[in-house]
Design a protein around this ligand. Structure first.
Ligand SMILES: [Fe+2]
Ligand SMILES: [Fe+2]
Length: 368
């Protein structure tokens, strides 16, 4: 089957805002729902006031790593990549899932790029200004590299359009710190877990981009380090009611990932992953990292936690089917599912957490 026939089979039918976007992949990236990556904006003045003096030694060490720019030449395709890439040979279901995976990953990389660049543009604070420049540099490379992979599908995203057209969600700075910290560390954990799996099972490497994940994930790890230091630079961010927010964001990020990863059965099969096992491996690594800056951690081994995530997954399966079905029954099913989803999330939220005394030294090394 050729690539054109396959792209025609791609299911964009659940996206209702295909309106003005220049093509379907850009519309898919522009579309917001519970599981899709969003674009964020924040209170720039608060970023301007960040004072990193409490963690200055570790901050300087991290900044010299950013400056050294170990991945300056990493995001270039070589002859091996070009030889291996052949999207026309994929089974249509795998083709669709990989395409959506690339679009979702690009949106999330580009979201970081835009946010960091916007913060940089709007502040004078020397430490943070410099940091945001380095991080938006990295994310621009990541997004650009994925977009080149999408070009092989004839499905690249118009990033200029996306920047202007996609909705921006306002998050208070502390929410940006918690959410971005988690998304950077979970990004690291996801990429390294895929890389390690393919190291063990090279026969499962169905796209050359996965060879790039090892060095790539070190960028994400370092971005996470930056937010860990920002969080630890202000002791208030890990005390009092903020612990409740920390718990909330861990749960929101983990639950989203769990539900979304289970919607990609073909990719999981191709990697040789059981999606539940993959997700818990990623959660384990992420929580190991979280010990550097979060005073409370989710207890992911509590059977009630595991069954709660399963309930959320099943609700999502039902809701997706109801949305496809449409009509009054479809709408009612979706509403019922949403209420049940909120109740399940609340139950998960009130499960006991694990207390974590914060270490004196914040920084970690990407050892996984
Ligand atoms: Fe990235
Ligand atoms: Fe990142």
């Amino acid at each position: 089957m050729n690539a054109v026939t396959q792209t025609e089979s791609t299911d964009f039918s659940l996206i209702d805002d295909l309106g003005d976007a220049p093509n379907e992949s850009t519309a898919a990236a522009e579309h917001d729902d519970m599981l899709s990556p969003r674009f964020y904006t924040t209170d720039f003045a608060a970023f301007n006031d960040i004072d990193v003096s409490l963690v200055k030694d570790e901050w300087d060490e991290m900044m010299s790593e950013f400056e050294a720019d170990a991945n300056a030449k990493h995001f270039r395709r070589d002859a091996g990549y070009d030889r291996e890439v052949n999207v026309a040979n994929y089974d249509p279901a795998l083709y669709d899932e990989l395409l959506h995976f690339f679009i979702s990953s690009l949106t999330s990389e580009f979201s970081g790029c835009i946010l960091y660049a916007d913060i940089k543009k709007n502040i004078q604070n020397e430490d943070v200004h410099k940091l945001m420049g380095y991080m938006s540099r990295d994310e621009a490379r990541h997004a650009g590299f994925i977009n080149k992979a999408l070009k092989d599908f004839d499905r690249d995203v118009d990033m200029g359009y996306l920047k202007k057209a996609k909705d921006y969600t306002f998050f208070k700075p502390k929410f940006i710190h918690y959410a971005t910290y988690l998304s950077e560390k979970i990004g690291y954990a996801r990429y390294i877990t895929i890389f390690r799996q393919l190291e063990k099972h090279p026969e499962n490497k169905f796209h050359p981009i996965f060879d790039w994940f090892k060095d790539w994930c070190n960028d994400e790890f370092r971005h996470g380090e930056a937010f860990a230091l920002i969080i630890r630079a202000d002791p208030k961010l890990t005390q009092g009611r903020n612990k409740l927010w920390i718990k909330f964001f861990q749960l929101a990020v983990f639950a989203t990932m769990y539900v979304r990863d289970h919607t990609r059965p073909e990719m999981n099969k191709a990697f040789g992953f059981d999606p539940t096992d993959y997700d818990y491996r990623v959660f384990d690594i992420t929580l190991e990292c979280c010990k550097q800056c979060f005073p409370v951690l989710l207890d992911i081994n509590n059977p009630a936690f595991r069954s709660g995530l399963e309930t959320l997954r099943k609700i999502n399966v039902r809701n997706t089917a109801a949305r496809k079905r449409g009509g009054i029954i479809g709408h009612l099913t979706q509403w019922g599912g949403k209420l049940q989803g909120v109740a399940t999330f609340a139950k998960l939220y009130f499960l006991p957490t694990i207390k974590n005394p914060l270490p004196k030294k914040v920084r970690l090394k990407p050892i996984w």
